[in-house]
Write a protein that binds this ligand. Structure first.
Ligand SMILES: *[C@@H]1O[C@H](CO)[C@@H](O)[C@H](O)[C@H]1NC(C)=O
Length: 390
C-alpha cells in the first residue's frame, strides 16, 4: 500500500506539473450542475468525469511507485548523473603484486599533516609501513606552521631519517567559513597534485594499518578507487582510504571544488562529486572498517555485512587491513577522555553467543584498538603517556 503522501513529498521537478493528480480547483463547484437531476449508474460509468478520475488514480499510483523507486534505487546515481555510479557496481577484484621486477618509485603512500597531533599519526603510519616492509615511496605533505613547533620539527626529522619519508612543503588548503574540525581536510586533496607518481594511496592517519597494501597499486586503471561510506545509508563513497592516479586535469577540478566548497562540503563531498562516473569500488569490509562498527546498535550489522553472512567481530577484525577511528562524538584516541565518555562509547557486551552468557569480544576488540594506538603513539612520537584504562 502506498503510504499517505503530501505535495511536499513530490520532487521539485514535478511540482506544478500538469500531470500531478492534485485537483487544484477541487473546491470550486459548478453551480449549473447542482440543478441537474441525479444521473443513473449507466450514465456515471460512461461519464467523462469517472474516466478522468480513473486516469488520475492510475497516474497517482504510478507516480507513487516511481517516487518510491527514486528513494530506494537512486536511478540518477546509477546513471552517474548525481553521485557516484560505482557505488552500485561490484567491488574490484584485489590483485596480487605481479611477479618479477617492479619499479616501486612509480608508487607512493601519501600522508598530510597540518598539526603536531596529525603529524604524529602520520609518523605512526609510516612506522607501520616500515614494519610491514612496504616497498613504495613514502611522501608527507606538511604545512609551514609546523616549522615553528619543536615537536613537529623533531617528528619531521624522524620521518625523513627513520622511515625514509620524502617531505613536501605545501600550502594549507583551509577554509574559514566551515566547521573547524574539517577546515584543513582539503589539504589531503593535494595528493592529486603529486603527478610525479602514477598511483598513490592516501590513508587517513587517525587509523590503524594492519597489513601491507602494496598490491593495491596494481588495481585496474581508474582515476580513483574508493570504498562505500557504508555507514551512511545513502550512496556516498568514503575518502578515509583513496587509491588514486594524480593528474593535472583532475587536480584542476579538485582546486575548483575546494574553491567552491562551503559549510557541509569537505574532502569527501568534493571527491563524491568529481568522480561520479569514473570511480571503481574498493571492498569496504577489509579496507574501510570504522571502530564505531563494533558498537553499532544493529545486532546484525547489516550496513557493514551486506549479503556476506553473519557478523562475527573476531573474523571482521582478522580480515580488516585498515581500521579508521571513528566513534563520534567520542574523541580521537590521542585525546583526553573522561571515564564517563569512555563508558558511553565502549561497545556493550551482547547476549547469547553459542552458549556463552555474554559475548564481550566486540568490546574487547574496540578497547584493544584504542589501547594499541596509544601505546604505539607513545613509542613512535613520545607525546602521550596515558593509555586507555581497560
Ligand atoms: C601543485 O604542484 C605544482 C608542481 O609541483 C606546484 O607548483 C603547485 O604549487 C602545486 N599546487 C598546490 C596547490 O599545492
Amino acid at each position: 500500500m502506498a503510504p499517505q503522501r503530501t505535495l511536499s513529498d513530490v520532487p521539485d521537478f514535478l511540482q506544478n506539473s500538469p500531470f500531478l493528480p492534485f485537483d487544484t480547483d477541487a473546491s470550486s463547484s459548478d453551480a449549473a450542475e447542482i440543478a441537474h437531476p441525479k444521473p443513473t449508474v449507466a450514465q456515471i460509468v460512461r461519464s467523462k468525469r469517472l474516466r478522468t478520475i480513473i486516469i488520475a488514480l492510475i497516474t497517482f499510483t504510478a507516480l507513487f511507485i516511481l517516487l518510491g523507486k527514486f528513494r530506494t534505487d537512486h536511478p540518477f546515481t546509477r546513471l552517474g548523473i548525481s553521485g557516484p555510479k560505482c557505488y552500485f557496481t561490484p567491488p574490484v577484484t584485489i590483485p596480487e603484486v605481479p611477479p618479477g621486477e617492479v619499479d616501486w618509485t612509480r608508487f607512493a603512500y601519501i600522508q598530510y599533516a597540518t598539526s603536531d597531533d596529525y603529524l604524529c599519526n602520520s609518523l605512526m603510519l609510516f612506522a607501520t609501513l616500515e614494519r610491514l616492509e612496504s616497498r613504495a615511496d613514502r611522501v608527507l605533505l606538511y604545512t609551514a606552521n609546523l616549522l615553528y613547533s619543536s615537536t613537529a620539527t623533531r617528528l619531521l626529522e624522524s620521518a625523513r631519517a627513520d622511515y625514509n619519508v620524502q617531505l613536501v612543503l605545501v600550502e594549507k588548503q583551509h577554509k574559514n567559513d566551515v566547521h573547524y574540525v574539517w577546515a584543513d581536510s582539503y589539504t589531503k586533496l593535494l595528493a592529486f597534485n603529486q603527478t610525479q607518481y602514477e598511483r598513490v594511496i592516501h590513508l587517513d592517519s587517525d587509523s590503524t594499518l594492519r597489513e601491507n597494501l602494496d598490491n593495491l597499486f596494481f588495481l585496474p586503471e581508474a582515476p580513483i578507487v574508493l570504498p562505500k561510506a557504508y555507514w551512511l545509508g545513502k550512496p556516498k563513497l568514503g575518502a578515509h582510504i583513496m587509491v588514486l592516479q594524480p593528474s593535472d586535469d583532475i587536480f584542476g577540478k579538485i582546486v575548483k571544488g575546494i574553491r567552491g566548497a562551503s559549510r557541509g562540503t569537505y574532502d569527501m563531498e568534493i571527491v563524491n562529486k568529481i568522480f561520479g562516473t569514473s570511480c571503481l569500488l574498493l571492498p569496504h569490509q577489509p579496507y574501510a572498517l570504522l571502530t564505531g562498527e563494533f558498537g553499532s546498535p544493529d545486532p546484525e550489522h547489516k550496513a557493514f555485512m551486506g549479503e556476506d553472512g553473519d557478523w562475527d567481530p573476531e573474523m571482521v577484525l582478522e580480515q580488516a587491513k585498515f581500521v579508521h577511528f571513528s566513534d563520534y562524538p567520542f574523541p580521537k584516541p590521542w585525546e583526553e577522555t573522561t571515564a564517563e565518555q569512555q563508558e558511553k562509547a565502549v561497545p556493550p557486551c551482547v547476549d547469547n553467543y553459542q552458549g556463552w552468557k555474554e559475548d564481550c569480544r566486540a568490546r574487547e576488540i574496540w578497547i584493544n584498538l584504542y589501547k594499541d594506538f596509544k601505546e604505539r603513539r607513545w613509542a613512535v612520537c613520545s607525546l602521550d603517556d596515558s593509555p586507555l584504562e581497560g
